[in-house]
Write a protein that binds this ligand. Sequence first.
Ligand SMILES: *Cc1c(COP(=O)(O)O)cnc(C)c1O
Length: 416
Amino acid sequence: MLWYPYTQMKQLEELPKMIAGEGVMMHLEDGRSLIDGISSWWAVIHGYNHPVLNAALITQVNKFAHVMLGGMTHGPALDLAAKLVQITPPGLAHVFFSDSGSIGVEVALKMSIQYWKNLGYQGKNKIISLRNGYHGDTFKAMEVSDDSDFTRAFADVLSRGFVLDIPAGGFDADTATVQAAADELEQLLHAEHRHIAAFIVEPVVQCAGGFNIYSPRYLQIARELCTKYNVLFVFDEVATGFGRTGKMFAAEHAGVTPDIMIIGKALTAGYMGHAATLATTSVFNSFLGENYEKALMHGPTFMANPLACTVALQSISLIESSDYLQRIAHIQSIIREALDNISSPAIVQKRTIGAIGAIELRDAACLNGFKAFSQQRGVWLRPIGNVLYLMPPYVISEQDLLTIINVMKEWIGQIK
Ligand SMILES: *Cc1c(COP(=O)(O)O)cnc(C)c1O
């Protein structure tokens, strides 16, 4: 029997069963169709069953579907690595592939810790992370994620580093507010930098932790502080990458380059699991030496899978050829305006950026019954805790977008 994720299997209800997809539509076995309001966990940015992506995959599958990357190379891996170096912030010049966002984070943290060891430092191995952050479900990723339902069962085996708060005040926070959060970072770095390998953040937007948006100015100051105190700065762009926040990568809001950056989710346009961890040449060079001692001893079986690389290349080319950033700006303006028209005493805060719209409600109980309600109205949404949000595929029409938001509005309107 199938064991579902994040599910109390004792309470498993009958689930909708998808049999086909097209554009933003998920067609179900019972004849209904749902508009996907969350891009299948934020990945399916071009929609389902995309003819150009399908064609690229078919061409590659007829050559070879997979080959190991150990001791062997191939075109799709070389081409995608070059493309990622070209489109990510300047200075990230080396690309390590893996098979999921969580593993991409593991690789980033291994790189960070071994970097200092390779340079001859001892005990410089702790990680700073942010409250409400989420970096994946594997063990080290859980250690740098905030305590939550995801980590609770393992609290006694997780070896925690340091946790800081994001600056208050949202994207446009005033200078003093941002500086206050930056001062806390500096105090910690000043006291503990000898033990700290890296500071990992989801830049600008913390997604699974509740869609908390913060000032890019904080990233600029943190960049300077990390350099000053000899600590690597790591951006987890697994959720924010590929246009989701209105820029190709959220790092661009701040105009800074992290030492290490992780991308995943939308990398393959949701076609298959894949991730990449990018590093600067200075990080990369610390791994050079005469033997394995300094090498990065990591290698997922399916890293740089040729199908994954092929579909990623084709997805990036779609983004580049059809002016997606303009499309995302349009989605943002529709979401902003429509969310402005939703009001209720149950709403704590509304937060929007790029193709993300989130409404924080009083408590999770406000959303009891929401999934069935939205599915009856032809919309696929999955709130996180007390946050109702949408992150639609970029190909969504204005009409479908408004249908989704109207379902959110109708639900919120009847909360007592
Ligand atoms: C989803 C997510 C991950 C984990 O990615 P998986 O592919 O699910 O392992 C890591 N970091 C962030 C920011 C994410 O949103």
